[in-house]
Write a protein that binds this ligand. Structure first.
Ligand SMILES: C[S@@+](CC[C@H](N)C(=O)[O-])C[C@H]1O[C@@H](n2cnc3c(N)ncnc32)[C@H](O)[C@@H]1O
Length: 258
């Protein structure tokens, strides 16, 4: 495994080789940044999906991820990749891991251009899973961070991806996560958000799925009643360049220029 002496040592996930220069990290980030506690909402509502190592063994299956998204995994993954673009030089950050092939495909695309790739997640099990999905020789730097307190420098990335994170977070965490994403991406850079949207009135799942979501994903119905833009920092609301809905509004993609 290749190590650059310029690479800061930030934990057990930072040992992947990289081609492009990575953003400098603050010299000695405090422990609450580099070793964050699992947020209360995650432990309380999503322990079974992300936090426990056995959850990874259950959910990291393409057919199951696709089933949970009602058959829309590949179109949504591809929409995220298309929004980021085919050429990804410079610095990319993915804020929170996700099951499926999206991150390995993104890592491959970034690697081809000699770009650098950081992925953060607060759950060690998710970072371990991603490290094994990426395999040896990958070019991503995996960091244990809370999306609401990234501890990364201002304006240090060209683009950020948030794939199905917004609906999992309570409002305050959602707003702080977006504020952090807009803080770390450079002016002129891009933020891509793919998540639940507002299903049309005629959508059958609007009536069938809402009671299920209320139990399993209690913050998700927020995105059925509100636009994600409501949590985008005021200074950036006019940067929205693309807003596309999928599957009768059930899912959405938003691309914002910072
Ligand atoms: C981004 S969502 C993706 C969900 C979607 N069902 C999927 O897998 O495609 C799930 C990830 O968000 C992470 N996460 C949730 N809250 C976080 C936070 N405050 N900071 C960092 N990661 C967080 C979880 O640990 C989990 O890995």
């Amino acid at each position: 495994m290749q190590h650059s002496s310029a690479l800061p040592q930030i934990g057990p996930y930072d040992d992947a080789p990289v081609l492009a220069a990575l953003p400098d990290l603050p010299a000695n980030p405090p422990a609450d940044v580099t070793d964050p506690a699992i947020p209360a909402y995650l432990e309380q509502h999503y322990w079974w999906a992300y936090v426990r190592p056995w959850a990874v063994r259950v959910f990291e299956r393409p057919w199951l991820v696709n089933l949970i998204l009602w058959g829309w995994y590949a179109p949504l993954r591809d929409a995220a990749l298309a929004a980021l673009g085919p050429l990804l030089p410079g610095k990319t950050i993915q804020i929170a891991c996700c099951y499926g092939s999206l991150t390995p495909m993104l890592a491959e695309r970034i690697g081809r251009c000699g770009g650098s790739f950081d992925v953060i997640d607060v759950a060690p099990a998710q970072l371990d899973n991603l490290a094994s999905k990426l395999g040896h020789g990958h070019r991503a730097r995996l960091m244990r961070r809370d999306s609401t307190n990234l501890g990364l420098p201002d304006a240090s990335y060209d683009r950020a991806l948030l794939f199905f994170l917004m609906h999992e977070q309570p409002r305050e965490a959602r707003a702080r996560t977006l504020a952090e994403a807009f803080r770390v991406v450079k002016p002129g850079g891009k933020i891509v958000i793919v998540d639940f949207g507002k299903p049309a009135w005629w959508h059958p799942l609007r009536y069938i799925w809402l009671p299920v979501l209320r139990v399993l994903e209690p913050f998700a119905p927020d995105l059925w009643r509100h636009e994600i833009e409501e949590w985008i920092p005021a200074a950036h609301k006019n940067g929205i360049r693309v807003k596309r809905s999928f599957f009768g509004g059930f899912y959405q993609k938003i691309v914002v220029q910072v």
